[in-house]
Design a protein around this ligand. Structure first.
Ligand SMILES: NC(=O)c1ccc[n+]([C@@H]2O[C@H](COP(=O)([O-])OP(=O)(O)OC[C@H]3O[C@@H](n4cnc5c(N)ncnc54)[C@H](OP(=O)(O)O)[C@@H]3O)[C@@H](O)[C@H]2O)c1
Length: 239
């Protein structure tokens, strides 16, 4: 029987690549999205209806997220994989950062991950098996100018991953993180050309990563049966 994966933020650049890769490799996919859904619809159009479902929720809304998880288990019976991919950036130096910029980024990137993980982990523990992959970032490991909120949230993703891995290892659930470097998506297309050129110069591989390169690493972690509590850097050698 096919396994089932929930991908949060499945309409985004990296999320849509993860969803397509998991679907291509036989997983049923639960495509969580927020406001936009054009990539979700495109993927659903090429999959048989029994292999996918799509549902919208703001990850900040615990009850709405619980409804997504319930609908997914109602349709597919179990959840085998959760990819916590939703993330936003609202950049500013700390001295200019509003309380709202801080709260929005920490709420969406960190509490949003808690909101999805709590009900899914419960279901995985009951089944005695499961895989959770959280998307962190290279800046969660090394920091970045103008990103105290974003880099704090992404460092938190790593602490959350390592702690939960310890809690769930004996219950058959593995928890890992992927820390991408700079990846070509809408998020990084906002970077002005001059700054983008400077960043590219600092990357040993001299290019941004592709969403498919992140998706391939997520797939690896789904299959890596003795890996838990790990963070995999996918950053072209940046650190
Ligand atoms: N791109 C990079 O260079 C890079 C590097 C390192 C880590 N990452 C991480 O990789 C992940 C994916 O990034 P990406 O580049 O693919 O970004 P993206 O294209 O902007 O996708 C982010 C997705 O998150 C959704 N989202 C935002 N706020 C939400 C909310 N409150 N509730 C539910 N969904 C929400 C967005 O939906 P709507 O558009 O409908 O709001 C969007 O589909 C993020 O966690 C990001 O931090 C990215």
């Amino acid at each position: 029987m096919s396994q089932t994966a929930i991908i949060t933020g499945a309409n985004g650049g990296i999320g849509s690549a993860i969803a397509a890769t998991l679907a291509k490799n036989g997983y049923n996919v639960v495509l969580h999205y927020h406001k936009r859904n054009e990539n979700v619809i495109e993927l659903q159009n090429i999959l048989p209806t029994e292999r996918s479902m799509a549902m919208s929720a703001d990850v900040n809304d615990f009850d709405a997220v619980e409804k997504v998880v319930k609908a997914a288990t109602d349709k597919f019976g179990t959840i085998d994989v959760l990819v916590n991919n939703v993330g936003i950036a609202m950049d500013s130096t700390l001295l200019k950062m509003s309380k709202q910029q801080w709260d929005n980024v920490i709420g969406t990137n960190l509490t949003g991950m808690y909101n999805f993980t709590k009900p899914v982990a419960q279901c995985m523990v009951e089944n005695g098996t499961g895989v959770i992959v959280n998307i962190s970032s290279v800046v969660g490991e090394g920091g970045n100018f103008g990103q105290t909120n974003y880099s704090a949230s992404k460092a938190d993703v790593i602490g959350f991953t390592k702690s939960l891995a310890k809690e769930l290892a004996a219950k058959g659930v593995r928890v890992n993180a992927v820390a991408p470097g700079f990846v070509d998506t809408e998020m990084t297309r906002k970077i002005p050309d001059g700054i983008r050129a400077k960043i590219t110069e600092q990357i040993p591989m001299k290019r941004f990563g592709t969403p498919d390169e992140i998706a391939d690493t997520v797939l690896f972690l789904c299959r890596a049966t003795y890996v838990t509590g790990s963070v995999i850097d996918v950053n072209g050698g940046l650190r």
